[in-house]
Design a protein. Structure first.
Length: 739
């Protein structure tokens, strides 16, 4: 290939990109900021190495984190080069390890026809194993064991190297060992095993390791900030002492610590591979200036970062719009109104996205979009009423008013697991067929002799009794807690907290539900909505919301997603919702080591999804975990320079005189009890929801109080300073009520 083609290949690169693409054959770390063209740099680097004869198709190893990224890179390379790149080792960590094990199955002590288990297959194997070991699912939840096994493998640990800190953990380790034995006997491997087995072969087989170290003289890795401990060690083994590792990533976008990602790998790489300075790609081709100013200002508050500053030649653009709503309903309506206005102005729905920190937040947004008739799509997830845990809870709710609903009964008779297996269910079905009755009537008949069925029958009977006597809110709380669903998900690892949040959000939906506004007409004999017709109206509303306005493939639709799901995407207009202390940053992160820094990186990712217009919204009161919370705006909003912000509302965050609903849990009973608590009571001159200023702690909001006379106890959320308990007898002179 001639010099002219090389010149064409490099044309259009900025100076930073050019420096990265033409880096000499030695280790390099490329800090690629959001929207800085990292995929172009990676693919052009590979093409340049091939064009200049520094590498061949067979001497390059390129690693991505998704199959989509691998396909995109291969497509781009095919347009840059006149030769086929299909033979190149280009793919995901798991894909490349699978290729390696197929070639060297004997060294890996695997059968030639070994099969790969996906997540669902792996779970089925684990359930089968627990049954063989006579371990009830109530003792060790299959998903919990699955999470434990995968976490150990991703850390590079086999069962013999582990020591249990308690009897339960020791039992998990024993199950892990038995699981490995079972997989070995049956010639099957899970995804985590692909990586670990490949690493072990390379580590122990000197001849094979030397072969690959001599073969791959250039190793390129995308999204390096997302590598875990084992992936980094695997790369080190392959690189040896000679390969030029070209690691591309952004420490400011490392948001997968919960999956095992170690952002520290970037600094570790620089130290161990003697990289003195990273190459920084700071020219942004996505967002306008004001959005980048905000992103740079927020992330600058993180201490543990390598450091870079995004810039653009696109001009400052519009200011960032900030909206402070009275409550979450008003916030959702604001989003709807702005989306409709932007669409009227010619912006397609698909070019707009609504982001939130937690999946549970989608429920109220979905409800507002449903009522407005705006088509939407949940990206990377399910609509609220289609989520597994919500469908389970609604099935219990259906049984509470109609136990003869066979579909609902089959869905939850053994969810959570209560020892009613497939054979028992077949017996119930056979009895129902013989007697020409519903499954419920058959279960009642069999409960006399079958204790596990009797427990389920008793649960449904209790829910039935409450359905005719209590409010929808109380019944929903009973369904969520008495059914054991919350405890079931709490015992599992992985997404358990998201599922619990969703169940608690379902209670919030019941609290806010107004049957008279749902369009559901009560039967003629009921002049007003009674408890049963209120439940019917709620179920009808949930069914309608789950069945409409979810856009089809290719349809113009608003995109809804968590911030985690938004990584790698970009939109003309982005709505970032729920920006309150305790929600974003999340209350869980504040208690974790380095948790706040990861939350701030998540905020940075969210901001940099927007090309032209960014909205930040928050609510002064929000139903969370079944309780109305009074909120301070997120510290991340305060970290954005005032000159790039436009405030769209003038709410003062004063909640005097409003009403809150709370769920109070009796510690001696499993059922949650709902109570209404007025918030306009006077506590020695102070009221719940008031903004106050303390001469030492700064601005805060009163979130709880007791003892109305002189010397009231105030619980105040001071944001960054935390929650403080103050007594007015001593602190009154230091507190000022803000209007």
């Amino acid at each position: 290939m001639n010099n002219l083609s090389s010149a064409n290949l490099l044309s259009g690169l900025n100076n930073e990109q050019l420096a990265a693409v033409t880096w000499p054959p030695e280790p390099a770390l490329v800090l690629a900021g959001a929207g800085s063209g990292k995929t172009r740099v990676l693919t052009t680097r590979i093409a340049w190495l091939l064009q200049t004869g520094q590498a061949s198709i067979h001497s390059i190893l390129a690693v991505t984190f998704t199959n989509k990224a691998a396909r995109e890179m291969q497509l781009r390379l095919s347009t840059l080069l006149p030769i086929s790149v299909r033979a190149m080792w280009l793919g995901t960590f798991h894909g490349l390890c699978h290729r390696f094990l197929r070639l060297h199955y004997q060294q890996a002590q695997l059968p030639r026809t070994f099969q790969i288990l996906d997540s669902g297959d792996q779970l089925a194997v684990i359930k089968r194993l627990l049954k063989q070991l006579n371990i009830a699912e109530e003792v060790i939840a299959p998903r919990s064991l699955q999470g434990f096994i995968n976490a150990q493998k991703e850390a590079g640990l086999r069962a013999p190297r582990l020591n249990g800190s308690d009897p339960h953990e020791q039992r998990l380790i024993e199950c892990y060992a038995s699981y490995d034995d079972l997989c070995r006997q049956e010639g099957i491997v899970d995804f985590a095993e692909l990586m670990l087995r490949s690493y072990e072969v390379l580590q122990t087989d000197d001849v094979l390791r030397t072969h690959y170290q001599n073969r791959f003289n250039h190793i390129l890795i995308d999204e390096f900030q997302d590598t875990n401990k084992l992936q980094y060690q695997w790369l080190k083994l392959l690189a040896g002492d000679h390969a030029a590792i070209f690691a591309v990533g952004d420490d400011d976008q490392s948001i997968y610590r919960f999956r095992g990602a170690e952002v520290e790998n970037m600094a570790r790489f620089m130290r161990e591979f003697k990289v003195s300075e990273p190459i920084k790609l700071e020219q942004n081709y996505r967002s306008v200036g004001n959005i980048l100013i905000a992103a740079n200002a927020v992330i600058a508050n993180n201490a543990a970062r390598l450091g870079k500053n995004l810039r653009t030649e696109a001009g400052n653009g519009e200011k960032i719009r900030v909206f402070k709503a009275i409550n979450d309903v008003e916030e959702a309506q604001f989003v709807v109104d702005e989306v409709k206005a932007l669409n009227r102005d010619g912006l397609n729905f698909i070019q707009m996205a609504v982001l939130y920190r937690s999946n549970a937040q989608s429920r109220i947004l979905e409800q507002a979009l449903f009522r407005a008739g705006i088509p939407y799509k949940i990206y990377g997830g399910l609509r609220f009423y289609e989520r597994q845990e919500i469908k389970h809870a609604l099935a219990y709710l259906r049984l509470a008013i109609n136990p003869d609903d066979d579909n609902a009964l089959l869905r939850v008779i053994n969810v959570p697991a209560r020892g009613i297996g497939s054979r028992t269910i077949e017996t119930i079905q056979a009895t129902a067929t013989d007697d020409n009755t519903s499954l419920w009537q058959a279960a009642q008949k069999l409960a006399v002799k079958h204790n596990k069925i009797a427990i389920f029958v008793s649960l449904i009977n209790n829910l039935q009794a409450q359905a005719s006597q209590t409010s929808l809110q109380e019944l929903m709380a009973a369904v969520v807690y008495d059914s054991g669903l919350v405890e079931h998900y709490r015992s599992q690892k992985g997404e358990h907290q998201e599922r619990i949040n969703n169940l608690e959000e379902l209670i919030n939906a019941a609290i806010a539900f107004k049957p008279e506004e749902s369009g559901f007409e009560p039967p003629a004999e009921d002049e007003v909505y009674n408890p049963i017709t209120s439940v019917l109206a709620f179920l009808n509303s949930a069914t309608l919301e789950s069945g409409e306005h979810q856009a089809g493939q290719g349809e113009d639709a608003l995109q809804l997603m968590t911030v985690h799901a938004a990584k790698g995407l970009e939109f003309d207009a982005v709505f970032l919702t729920g920006l309150e202390e305790g929600l974003f940053p999340s209350e869980f992160s504040l208690a974790e080591r380095d948790g706040l820094e990861e939350e701030r990186r998540l905020m940075y990712v969210a901001i940099t999804r927007a090309r032209k217009r960014l909205y930040l919204s928050m609510a002064e009161q929000r139903l969370l975990h079944g309780k109305t919370h009074f909120a301070l705006s997120s510290r991340f909003v305060d970290e954005i320079p005032a000159e790039v912000v436009q405030h769209l509302s003038a709410h003062s965050f004063s909640l005097v005189g409003r009403q809150q609903s709370t769920i109070r849990t009796n510690p001696f009973h499993s059922r949650s009890v709902l109570a209404d608590t007025p918030v306009n009571d006077d506590f020695d001159g102070f009221q719940l929801g008031q903004n106050v200023h303390h001469e030492r702690f700064g601005t805060g909001v009163i979130i709880d109080a007791s003892h109305k006379a002189e010397g009231a106890n105030l619980t105040i959320n001071f944001g960054k300073q935390g929650i403080k308990e103050l007594n007015t007898l001593f602190a009154k002179n230091k507190l000022t009520i803000l209007s």
